[in-house]
Design a protein around this ligand. Structure first.
Ligand code: ZN
Ligand code: ZN
Length: 406
């Protein structure tokens, strides 16, 4: 039996870019290790959910990890909340939130409160971290950058709740409402929390200090993406493999924790353009002594895509080339490299374009294609597979499947 390493570059797939002489960032990147690996691998273009579907990062990661998002996905709120470090229980309703700035009339003037971040977000969150409202408990915690999370716990709650986040600046905070009786109860608790949080944040010394420094105060909380705590079989129970993750981004950390995976973040390994991957290969080797399936998530490919930054996306790919080369040398493994969806720099958003996939292990076939990019991979033998096929396929190549029949 072999161990499995799945490297997912967020938003990996792309389209021809005018800034790169009509090449995609993958085509334009200097990546000798990845291309050498490609020539000894099976390749393809895959649909991480299904053709014509534009995937979110959460649904596509679930799919690539072998969990049908149609069955298991209950919204982004609970995954973000778990990723931020809150312990959720069955029946909890979670929201993803922003710290925001409102003016004296309650109009949202900055949905990100001047891009507030740690340590200010942690200090402000501690003021409103736990409240009792109408017999229920509300938990609140800071997440990455200006983001934060809200969890409502108690009997008889529902997740069919509208957002309080108006989604744009220049409008007031919306009143949450429920689409059924239990969800209406949740909505009322969220509205009360929103009012109480505004009062407490307005009195916070830190906000006055921010104003003195010419920074925007974080004096309001905007909530969206309500979801119920998902009932998901842990990865080990479903697949018989201990799972680990080298993951920095809150949402994907949340997915790992929901699946019962051990998560590690090597020094300097961030979810931003400043990501340092120099410690990742060594940490992968260390984790593989205790886990059977290791997810490595590279976020800034998606960040560069959303920013329309073709050169930046190309540079991120060049930065991970050496890391992939070292990971490929770890003995006794099946290595897969793919994306969760395409985030073309020309679109600045996720699109339905399929993503390249590479599968390598000593002794397996190769497709005789010597470059890993969207165009070359279209000729590969793995083309047309879907996200849900990937984990079972990797298990097959790792000799971890069961024979079908006699
Ligand atoms: Zn993504
Ligand atoms: Zn994205």
């Amino acid at each position: 039996m072999k161990k499995i390493i799945l490297v997912i570059c967020d938003g990996l797939g792309d389209r021809p870019s005018a800034n790169l002489n009509g090449k995609t960032p993958l085509q334009a990147a200097r990546k000798p290790n990845i291309d050498r690996l490609a020539s000894a691998s099976m390749l393809g273009l895959i649909y991480t959910i299904s053709p014509g579907v534009t995937p979110g990062s959460d649904t596509s990661h679930l799919s690539l990890l072998g969990y049908d998002p149609k069955r298991y996905y209950t919204g982004r709120g609970p995954l973000e909340a778990i990723g931020a470090g809150l312990k959720l229980r069955e029946g909890d309703i979670a929201f993803r939130c922003n710290f925001a700035t409102v003016d004296h009339d309650g109009i949202v003037i900055d949905r990100r409160a001047g891009r507030i971040k740690e340590p200010d977000t942690g200090k402000l969150a501690s003021i409103i971290s736990e409240m009792r409202i109408d017999g229920h408990t509300v938990f609140f915690k800071e997440s990455t950058e200006h983001r934060c999370v809200l969890v409502v716990r108690g009997e008889g709650l529902g997740a069919n709740v509208t957002d309080t986040d108006p989604g744009v600046e220049g409008k007031g905070i919306l009143k949450a409402s429920g689409r059924d009786a239990v969800s209406q109860r949740t909505a009322e608790i969220v509205n009360t929390f929103t009012d109480m949080a505004m009062k407490k944040l307005a009195e916070a010394d830190l906000n006055r200090e921010r104003e003195r420094k010419g920074l925007k105060p974080a004096n309001a909380i905007l909530a969206r993406g309500a979801g119920e705590y998902p009932k998901i079989e842990p990865f080990f129970e479903k697949r018989g493999m201990r799972m680990g993750g080298i993951v920095a981004e809150g949402l994907i950390v949340g997915i790992c924790r929901v699946l019962g995976a051990e998560v590690s973040v090597p020094a300097g390994f961030t979810a931003g353009m400043d990501m340092d991957v120099s410690g990742v290969a060594k940490e992968a080797e260390r984790m593989l002594s205790s886990v059977d399936f290791l997810l490595i998530h590279i976020k800034p490919t998606d960040v560069a895509g959303h920013d329309g930054n073709a050169k930046g996306k190309m540079e991120v790919l060049e930065r991970i080339d050496d890391m992939i080369g070292r990971i490929a040398e770890i003995e006794g493994t099946v290595l897969a490299l793919t994306g969760d969806h395409s985030t073309p720099v020309s679109a600045r958003e996720h699109t339905c374009d399929p993503v390249p996939l590479l599968i390598h292990s000593r002794g397996l076939r190769s497709d005789g294609i010597s470059s890993f990019d969207e165009i070359s991979c279209s000729r590969g033998s793995l083309s047309g597979l879907r996200g849900l096929d990937i984990t079972p396929l990797l298990m097959g190549y790792a000799d971890r499947n069961e024979k079908d029949g006699a």
